[in-house]
Design a protein around this ligand. Structure first.
Ligand SMILES: [Zn+2]
Length: 469
């Protein structure tokens, strides 16, 4: 036991802090609308280590908490612990400690922090209320959505997942990632989605239902379905919570919930679903403020598309389709001209070779010299080379001005000649990389960037050493 731990143990005894609220009966579970000003006492503070044994901050347990630890499909809250000096007077708060995450360990809620707070210290908790409200809207919305789908179509919710959470795997989110989903055992029709949507909106606007929580000591309760309670939650000591939405639904759940279905605010259910595990279906939805946030981001994308395409909203898909067709057409046209040009260039190279005593020739294109063009020229001339010339050296060079990149082909019957030309060109062009043609044939290279001086040197070398076509 460390000195710090010994002193903490002593302090706890002095303050008589021995009992903590267990998960199931936490203040945040009893009243989900406590966001600020809740005072409690630090019961323990233990150094925490990661999987590799490296120190990773501290785990704090409080006498009670309004910060919800993750569970029941609801993610962890985040918030602040404000250290209260002199046990109670909030005006003497001089320091706040961030709590980015709270987890459940058996019946205990552990607050993960970067710096220690001595046990016995009074703290005032502040919850990130915007985040919590968002979670409660998604979570309560899911209860209502599942209840209505089951009531209307006898389809049970197999699983659900809340979207919009940053994870180690995904550090940035797309607007689409904010959708939650429920999995049911068949696809819903577009008409059924509309019906469900309308009914939920009735419960949001016209007939709001009160949401209540029934708390029971779980031992001896056998009429409640406990299959969804985690295995490490000790039911014999814990508290069983049942969430009731008016007369519509009753379900065991440990999460934090809204007080009325009207607070769901709004719901967006997508007609497009994903088929999973055979014929099961994932139904995507989002609730509350998220709907407006999503509408805003969708509007941004749509506005940008409208201005880029110079058209109205409804014309966007049609315009994109048209652009696609145009692109296809111009690709075809480009292919045609590349083949045509390659044919002419390879014929010219043949006559240059014939006229050259050294049997050397080159081709250079300085504007749109793509590798594709060079390969087409190679294709055109390669069928003639070995039959017409015993020895030859050809350099095909393409420069693309827009991207300042280039391609190079060296053709010869001799691997030695190719190697010597490749090293000569490599000494001129710093960013040339390539290979092939060790036994003669074709060496192919790429130039990732070219300076003006390099381009001038290359042109000078080719016009002096290789006869232009
Ligand atoms: Zn719930």
């Amino acid at each position: 036991m460390t000195k710090f731990m010994q002193s903490t143990r002593k302090k706890m005894e002095t303050h008589g802090v021995t009992k903590t609220a267990m998960v199931g009966g936490l203040a945040c579970q009893r009243n989900s609308f406590l966001f600020d000003g809740f005072k409690t006492v630090v019961v323990s503070c233990e150094p925490k280590k990661d999987k590799k044994g490296k120190a990773e901050g501290y785990d704090i347990e409080l006498q009670d908490t309004i910060l919800f630890p993750e569970g029941g499909g609801q993610p962890s809250d985040s918030g602040l612990l404000r250290i209260v000096k002199g046990n109670g007077d909030s005006s003497t708060i001089n320091k706040s400690v961030q709590v980015p995450h709270i987890s459940r360990s058996g019946l205990h809620a552990k607050h993960h922090v970067k710096e220690p707070i001595e046990p016995g210290t009074t703290v005032e908790i502040v919850v990130d209320a915007v985040k919590r409200m968002g979670y409660m809207q998604q979570h309560t919305g899911q209860h209502l959505l599942s209840a209505i789908i089951e009531r209307k179509y006898q389809l049970k919710t197999i699983s659900w997942s809340m979207g919009g959470l940053i994870t180690e795997k995904k550090s940035t989110l797309e607007p689409n990632d904010y959708f939650n989903y429920i999995e049911i055992n068949r696809k819903l029709t577009e008409g059924q989605i509309t019906e469900i949507s309308d009914e939920i909106n009735q419960f949001i606007t016209k007939s709001p239902q009160e949401i209540t929580v029934v708390e029971r000591i779980s031992s001896g309760v056998d009429e409640v379905d406990t299959s969804k309670i985690p295995d490490d939650y000790d039911l014999s000591k814990g508290i069983l919570r049942t969430i009731q939405i008016g007369v519509i639904d009753s379900n065991p759940c440990c999460g934090t919930h809204l007080e009325s279905t009207s607070q769901i605010g709004s719901i967006l259910i997508l007609p497009n679903q994903t088929t999973v595990r055979g014929s099961n279906s994932k139904v995507y939805f989002m609730c509350g403020k998220r709907v407006a946030d999503y509408a805003n981001s969708a509007n941004k994308t749509l506005s940008n598309s409208k201005s880029l395409l110079s058209c109205s909203e409804s014309q966007v898909p049609e315009k994109i389709e048209m652009q696609g067709k145009k692109l296809q057409q111009s690709n075809k046209r480009e292919q045609y001209w590349i083949k045509k040009l390659a044919h002419i260039a390879s014929e010219e190279l043949r006559s240059s070779l014939k006229a050259s005593g050294k049997r050397r020739a080159y081709f250079m294109e300085e504007e749109f010299g793509t590798l594709e063009l060079l390969l087409q020229i190679f294709k055109g001339i390669s069928t003639h080379l070995n039959g017409e010339f015993e020895a030859y050296e050809i350099i095909l060079c393409g420069y693309e001005r827009q991207t300042n990149t280039g391609s190079l082909l060296i053709l010869s019957e001799s691997g030695e000649k190719i190697s010597s030309l490749a090293s000569k060109l490599g000494s001129m062009l710093q960013n040339l990389k390539g290979g092939g043609g060790k036994k003669g044939g074709k060496w192919q290279g790429k130039i990732t960037s070219i300076s003006n001086a390099e381009l001038a040197a290359l042109t000078d070398y080719l016009t002096h050493e290789f006869i232009a076509h």
